[in-house]
Design a protein around this ligand. Structure first.
Ligand SMILES: C[S@@+](CC[C@H](N)C(=O)[O-])C[C@H]1O[C@@H](n2cnc3c(N)ncnc32)[C@H](O)[C@@H]1O
Length: 386
């Protein structure tokens, strides 16, 4: 080995090879929302975004990685690409990865390797993971660095595709849809990342009132409030990169600036027929610092009065395996009739299981298809007439 094992020497190499260098990152995104994520990353000043199925690749510094984690409302996690190589035998994984300078990326954390394999000779994911861990431990031990201690978890993602092995370091930790405000959840909560992506696709900045009349734990209204009031998605949480040996607090602080958005005069309404759900939304919104108008009421029976200005209604009705198919179909038929009869000027975004989307009889201006809780779901977006 040619490298000095002193921490001072390692820190100098971290500065040269990690802090003051461009890296390739990959924003993991719920399939269906890659373009939305790419647009959002560009607005954060991140250049050279390449959209692929399941995510967006981009080149940037650690500051870009910090900003993507802290601000992106659509990405699920941000990975830092470390290396890639071909391997047909298990010992090739060990031999290659023990030469990789892990001491610049991991020090003192508990390592958790997540392996996925597609069309490759090596397909035993557990054995691949063991080889990776063995290589990292060997390399770190050469520098006297402890790992797999009781410390913070650092995830390493290993993906084999046609015998090409891609190794990435997770910079996020908990998935980014865990914003830190959802203390209580409904039975079928929407992921914050999906809610935010749909709000962006509905041009969330264009309305005077946003309403979710079946709000459950309040994901749509809270995300809307945070977007419109410039509250960063990561304001209430920590990230895996904060435990990297390259982490410098002042660089992180410098990379987070105020989001555009400001304090708009907007009314955000959250209602549900179940008072317990309304109470949960109130608790979650308090934690998020979101000021919502909440009410208990049956959306299918009572016409809403005096809703101000241009309105967006985003709704995630109850559906799924446990809800009887006939009931679900009746609910969507009723919803379509309500929009036609009571709210013909509103814009709306309705989530519906894809297999029954024809029962919603209003033609959609846009359809976005994605998977939610293992079920193919469509978001039908209709832009209002005013
Ligand atoms: C799938 S959950 C919504 C989940 C929510 N998007 C979240 O992220 O937590 C559907 C909600 O609709 C409510 N609901 C069902 N029928 C309703 C009705 N007729 N009027 C108002 N709310 C209703 C249920 O109480 C439930 O909380």
């Amino acid at each position: 080995m040619n490298y000095s094992t002193s921490q001072k020497a390692i820190q100098r190499r971290i500065a040269r090879h990690v802090i003051h260098r461009l890296h390739t990152f990959f924003a993991v995104v719920q399939p269906g929302f890659e373009e939305t994520a790419s647009k959002e990353l560009k607005l954060l000043g991140i250049q050279g975004c390449t959209v692929t199925k399941g995510g967006v690749a981009f080149r940037g510094t650690l500051e870009h990685c910090y900003a993507a984690n802290y601000y992106s409302r659509v990405a699920t996690r941000i990975l830092m690409r470390l290396c890639h190589f071909r391997a047909y035998h298990f010992n090739e994984i060990y031999r290659t990865l023990k030469e990789f300078p892990w001491e610049l990326y991991i020090q003192g954390q508990r390592i958790d390797v997540e392996v996925s394999v597609h069309n490759s000779k090596l397909h035993h994911t557990e054995r691949i993971g063991q080889e990776v861990i063995k290589a990292i431990e060997k390399r770190l031990s050469m520098f006297g660095i402890p790992c797999n201690t009781a410390g913070e978890v650092q995830k390493v993602f290993v993906r084999f595709n046609h015998d090409e092995c891609m190794v990435s370091l997770d910079s996020s930790g908990e998935p980014l849809y865990k914003r830190g405000y959802k203390q209580h959840i409904s039975e079928a909560p929407l992921r914050e990342t999906i809610a935010a992506a749909l709000l962006y696709e509905c041009n969330v900045y264009d309305y005077d009132t946003i309403i979710d009349p079946m709000c459950g734990s309040g994901t749509f209204p809270i995300e809307a409030w945070c977007i419109l009031h410039g509250v960063p998605s990561g304001a209430n949480r920590t990230f895996a990169f904060m435990h990297w040996p390259s982490f410098r607090k002042h660089i992180f602080t410098g990379s987070i600036r105020k989001e555009p958005g400001g304090n708009r005069d907007i009314t955000i309404i959250a209602g549900d027929s179940n008072p317990d759900m309304v109470a949960i939304t109130q608790q979650n919104s308090m934690k998020a610092g979101a000021q919502l108008h909440t009410y208990t009421g049956d959306y299918l029976k009572e016409k809403m009065q005096a809703v101000r200005g241009k309105v967006l209604c985003a709704v995630n009705p109850p559906y799924g395996k446990r809800i009887h198919a006939d009931d679900t179909i009746q609910l969507y038929k009723r919803l379509a009739n309500i929009y036609k009869a009571w709210y013909p000027e509103w814009s709306f975004c309705v989530l519906i299981p894809s297999r029954i989307k024809e029962v919603f009889t209003i033609p959609a201006d846009r359809e976005i298809h994605f998977s939610h809780g293992g079920l193919p779901v469509s978001a039908l977006i209709v832009y209002g007439r005013r």
